[in-house]
Design a protein around this ligand. Structure first.
Ligand SMILES: N[C@@H](CCC(=O)N[C@@H](CS)C(=O)NCC(=O)O)C(=O)O
Length: 204
């Protein structure tokens, strides 16, 4: 297997998951600061020009949450075995894609990435992200009232999806103080050896 990688949240989910599962994978760097994701050979792997991409022999897969589901099904590790369990895992990953990631991107791009790119942040996007996040983070707070991890008492690949996103939301200045369970959950993820070994950008 090969993982096309840059140390930003979406690819981090996969490296974190591979570390947790204990699966060897060749890492192919794609430097987003040099626009390598727009090169024709990379666009053949992912026409959206985004990382992560995973290849497994002749099979090419993009989208971090599809890759998490694939790794879970392929290895049978950190992934539910029942139809209801798998649907529950996908529900939380779709919730992350549809309702949390867009706001996380609004904050992370306009408060963090713009500094590297030397361009001004879009204040409207920051305000939109700050407005949207409390409602969805409160849903996580509620979910974590009855279980340690998102899928229950056992850590799963769903948590590998949430960790890097909550980490960047925190680094981008969203206050988790009003969400003690989400805060504790993020610290529990950060304490995991597999997350510590996941490459990060300086300061993130
Ligand atoms: N829905 C995709 C989003 C992937 C994505 O936006 N990746 C970012 C890095 S975290 C990227 O490659 N950005 C490059 C660009 O937009 O040009 C996923 O979950 O994999």
């Amino acid at each position: 297997m090969k993982l096309y990688y840059f140390p930003s949240p979406n690819p981090q989910k996969i490296q974190f998951a591979l570390n947790e599962i204990g699966l060897e994978c060749e890492v192919v760097p794609v430097d987003l600061t040099k626009n390598e994701q727009r090169k024709p050979e990379f666009l053949e792997l992912n026409p959206l020009g985004r990382v992560p991409v995973l290849t497994d022999g002749a099979f090419t897969l993009w989208d971090s949450h599809a890759i998490l589901a694939y790794l879970g099904d392929k290895t049978g590790k950190l992934w539910p075995t029942s139809a209801a369990g798998r649907a529950d895992a996908l529900r939380w990953l779709f919730f992350l894609s549809g309702h949390i990631s867009p706001s996380a991107s609004d904050l992370a791009f306009n408060r963090i990435a713009v500094k590297v790119l030397g361009i001004p942040g879009d204040q409207d996007a920051i305000a939109r992200g700050e407005r949207a996040l409390p409602g969805v983070i409160q849903i996580l707070e509620g979910r974590l009232a009855s279980s340690k991890w998102l899928m229950g008492e056992n850590f799963s690949l769903v948590d590998c999806g949430y960790g890097p996103v909550l980490n960047v939301i925190d680094k981008a200045g969203f206050g988790f103080a009003g969400y003690p369970r989400v805060s504790a959950y993020l610290e529990a993820i950060r304490a995991r050896e597999a997350w510590r070994r996941t490459p990060k950008l300086p300061g993130l």
